[in-house]
Ligand binder design. Structure first.
Ligand code: GLV
Ligand code: MG
Length: 325
């Protein structure tokens, strides 16, 4: 290990993160009763400019009137390049900050963006005497944000998680797609021709680099990496595949832009019984190996060593958090 100890952000389950437009009050009770680990009430892109003041009022009302304490609840504020943002922070934190766990900051481009919001939130928290510190979720969804993701991740102790905003990222990088997430048949290579002249097209994951960069920056700073939206909510298999590949890379969860995606995310980001069982066997085998003074042993015909303990502990800890260990 390095001499530098990476402090871990407040641990929370973040397998599914449900997006709910702040302008649509009817959806709030459903979100509250849903199985989503985190709900974010949106003031940004799901809300039309003319509806933003009312959406703010709706969010303040529900945070005061309903008991959100059993849910992790976040509010996505508007970007720092808009005149909506300061009032999102001031009004929501002043009037409902005590019920809020997280603020989601979209389109973060530099560490100074986070610093600016931190300053504002700190002033409001101090002024109203909030004893709980509100955490930050940052969306990495621009070329600038991705370029600066390492400095951004270390910009404030309030930061808990990084989110990959694939739709805005595609727009910012001018990727040739109009989908929100998912695969693109043009991101493919052809195999050499077989004997009959046939060639297969192998699709790749055009988001791999971005997600992998975000995961590294997040983990190097003790934060949760979370994959963003998958727009085609009628394609459950496509969603599952996208979630599974994000989980394999180290993400802890994925957004749900439709209630039908919540259960899919919860399943895909929970270790299976077989995985937990295997992890426990790894831990038991390594405990015995260490008692015998060995650093590595074979289990089921494969090498396991001290790094395997850390992998297995991650899995068992996650299952404990979910309550399935
Ligand atoms: C989310 O905000 C996205 O742009 O994908
Ligand atoms: Mg976005």
């Amino acid at each position: 290990m390095s001499f530098k100890i990476v402090e871990q952000a407040t641990p929370r389950l973040n397998r599914s993160e449900l997006a709910v437009p702040g302008s649509n009050e009817k959806l709030f009770p459903k979100a509250l009763d849903s199985a989503a680990d985190v709900v974010f009430l949106d003031l940004e892109d799901a809300v039309a400019p003319d509806d933003k003041p009312q959406a703010r009022k709706n969010i303040i009302k529900t945070l005061g009137a309903q008991d959100w304490s059993k849910k992790t609840v976040s509010v996505r504020i508007n970007g720092l390049d808009t005149h909506f943002m300061y009032r999102d922070v001031v009004d929501v934190v002043e009037q409902a900050g005590g019920s809020l766990d997280l603020i989601m900051i979209p389109k973060v481009g530099t560490a100074a963006d986070v610093y600016a919001v931190d300053m504002l939130v700190t002033q409001v928290e101090d002024a109203v005497g909030l004893d709980k510190r509100i955490g930050f979720e940052l969306i990495i969804e621009t070329a600038l944000g991705m370029q600066n993701v390492h400095e951004i991740s270390a910009a404030s102790p309030r930061i808990e998680s990084l989110h990959f905003g694939v739709a805005d990222y595609a727009a910012s990088t001018r990727a040739r797609t109009t989908n929100i997430g998912g695969a693109n048949p043009d991101y493919a290579m052809l195999t050499d021709a077989d004997e009959a002249g046939g060639r297969d097209s192998h699709w790749g994951d055009m988001w791999h680099y971005a997600i992998a960069c975000m995961v590294v920056a997040a983990r190097a700073n003790g934060l949760r990496p979370v994959d963003g939206p998958f727009g085609d909510f009628s394609d459950a298999d496509g969603y599952r595949a996208a979630a599974r590949r994000a989980a394999v890379l180290g993400c802890e969860g994925k957004w749900a832009i439709h209630p039908s995606q919540i259960g899919l995310a919860n399943e895909e980001f929970s270790p299976s019984d077989a995985e937990v069982e295997k992890a426990k066997r790894v831990l038991a085998a390594m405990e015995q190996a260490q008692a015998e003074g060995k650093g590595a042993v074979a289990l089921d015909g494969r090498l396991i060593d001290i790094a395997s303990i850390r992998q297995a502990e991650n899995l068992v800890r996650k299952a404990e958090q979910i309550g399935t260990a």
